[in-house]
Ligand binder design. Structure first.
Ligand SMILES: *Cc1c(COP(=O)(O)O)cnc(C)c1O
Length: 391
């Protein structure tokens, strides 16, 4: 965790905050649990838990019934271990040679995608006098990491042979399980199941099988095997616009700030860098202390809305690094008034999906772009707890 003035309670915190609704996280995990039955749940907390704050979010997810955690790379796993998280943690990304000793030292599960890597892991564990926990990755069509499904038997054989390796799991990843068209997901599942036939055929106990991400959990029940790896749906966001919303989810993250400046702008005056917006008539404009340096994208300039006093108002002019401006027309707003950038205020709501659409991107990117300089605040019914988790 970063030691940081951003988390120093003795100073007044900046008004721009991320609020994480712990009741929503709990609700989403309960929904996932009821959908996946007995399957283990590996909560995916890579990229600062999709912007929600790695450490605190991971701990809450485990409390709410997540069984294991998945992270993208070694350092994310080490942060969790150093903070005392004892649940199994799988690093989903590929390894680079001399990282293996650190995986073993911190008891992190390793993804192995090639025979060579399995042997390297086996040797390192042997030299260190310990055992390595390994999940084998099969590429069934994602084309990222993993041994090609036709050759998976070579990887399986190498792992079974390796004397210092505990074979904890075998997994694959879907490329388009969030789509309306199921055909590629069906093909990937079929390739995965075919590859897994190796184990009964060779009289070897089946390792934990896992392939389902959020899209698959929502749309393809038969992909729910021994374990599932939900990410975005835990946070209450659907993985794509077409996905079947078979499970009711509640968004956990809100982004809020406060008005810091108010002015009356004359007709014809321009606002912000490059004067991309000019007041069509005399109007009132407020300035917000948030910008693309916080992860509120510049591509929202002249597109997004914010909520003030329960009403929607447009962001005008370019979003700059640390500030942006909002046209409130003839309405009034005062310094210190709450402004919602993402989330609910009164009857109105701005979703990450809406912002993603303005930016021509996906909700995942909006969430993970939110900078670590924005403090995270964790809210439970009635009670809120400021947290120092900034990474
Ligand atoms: C990110 C990730 C997930 C979770 O994906 P969602 O679409 O957020 O559910 C699962 N598995 C792997 C390998 C991932 O990289």
């Amino acid at each position: 965790m970063i030691e940081s003035i951003f988390s120093d309670d003795s100073i007044v915190l900046r008004p721009t905050v991320i609020e994480v609704d712990l009741d929503a996280l709990r609700h989403n995990i309960a929904q996932i649990r009821s959908r996946v039955g007995q399957a283990r749940i590996m909560g995916t907390v890579k990229a600062n838990a999709y912007g929600h704050g790695l450490l605190r979010t991971a701990k809450e997810l485990l409390r709410f019934g997540v069984d294991e955690l998945g992270v993208a790379f070694l350092e994310e796993g080490i942060i969790l271990r150093r903070a005392g998280v004892t649940a199994p943690i799988l690093v989903l990304g590929g390894i680079i040679g001399n990282q293996i000793t650190h995986f073993l030292e911190y008891d992190l599960q390793i993804t192995a995608s090639s025979v060579y890597k399995v042997r390297q892991i086996d040797e390192t564990a042997g030299a260190m006098g310990c055992r390595a926990s390994v999940h084998l990755k099969v590429d069934t069509g994602m084309g990222r990491i993993g041994i090609r499904h036709e050759n998976a038997h070579e990887l399986f054989a190498a792992a079974i042979e390796a004397r210092n390796v505990d074979l904890c799991g075998v997994y694959s990843h879907f490329a388009s399980s969030h789509d309306a068209d199921p055909s590629f997901t069906r093909l990937q599942l079929e390739r995965f199941m075919d590859a897994l036939d190796y184990f009964p055929t060779h009289g070897v106990p089946m390792p934990v099988r896992h392939i389902a991400n959020s899209g698959a959990i929502l749309q393809h029940e038969d992909t729910i095997l021994d374990m599932v790896r939900p990410g975005i749906m835990m946070y209450g966001v659907y993985p794509g616009p077409e996905v079947r919303k078979s499970t009711p989810l509640r968004p956990a993250l809100s982004m809020k700030t406060r008005v810091v400046y108010f002015k009356v702008v004359r007709e014809g005056a321009s606002i912000g860098y490059d004067h991309t917006w000019t007041a069509p008539r005399q109007t009132r404009v407020v300035t917000l202390p948030v910008g693309y340096g916080d992860g509120y994208p510049r591509s929202l300039s002249n597109r997004a809305s914010v909520l003030i006093n329960g009403r929607r108002y447009p962001v005008v002019g370019r979003v700059s690094m640390d500030q942006c401006m909002v046209d409130i027309g003839q309405d009034s707003a005062f310094n210190g008034d709450e402004v919602v950038l993402i989330g609910r205020q009164g009857a109105e709501c701005i979703t990450v999906e809406e912002l993603a659409a303005y930016c021509d991107t996906i909700p995942y990117e909006i969430l993970t772009m939110i900078n670590t300089r924005v403090p995270r605040k964790y809210i439970r019914a009635q009670e809120d707890v400021m947290d120092a988790d900034l990474l």
